[in-house]
Design a protein around this ligand. Sequence first.
Ligand code: IMP
Length: 197
Amino acid sequence: MKRLIFATNNKHKVQEVRAALEGRVEVVSLAEAGLCGEIPETAETLQGNALQKAQWVWERIDTVGAGFDGCFADDTGLEVDALGGAPGVYSARYAGEHCSFDDNITKLLAALDGQENRHADFRTVICLIENGEPHYFEGRVDGQILTERYGEGGFGYDPVFMPDRFAVSFAEMPLDVKNSISHRGLAVAKLKEYLEQ
Ligand code: IMP
């Protein structure tokens, strides 16, 4: 079984991706691999950030002992039509540096107050580095921004995002259902298909 370092310490993401790749790939988080430090994330595109994060790990992979086949990183943006695609690549710090998920939702709901066009999409780009070569996998899900928070599950903007063809928010869905339709789930499915080739 392949062992890959996932360039994140977000436990929700690790849980989601681990579940999707179970039995195929051993997914090891940064902390589990013994890597610490702030990974730069200064690119202006999701692809650029995913590459930057994966490269940061790749440059250090020999320092954490043998046995890793490579590493991957993801970058996600929530793109809201009525906001010209914002917050996009700035989704994590929409309400400012060190803001909470809840702060971001509060700012988003205020920005869309009275707005009828509530269409948005989540887009994820994964960058896998094996043998020094980057490979990209993209997933996207379309939906609507709700007018208030629903549900306790998930993370980030999940309580206010309702994917098309569903009548509940991401935060109200069981993880396996979210994974089967989500931006990250679709990108991970492409990664999985590639790793199985
Ligand atoms: P990241 O680049 O993957 O860390 O994502 C940037 C930001 O997008 C996160 O801080 C979250 O606010 C949001 N985000 C990413 N993935 C999800 C998701 O699956 N649900 C809700 N929000 C998400």
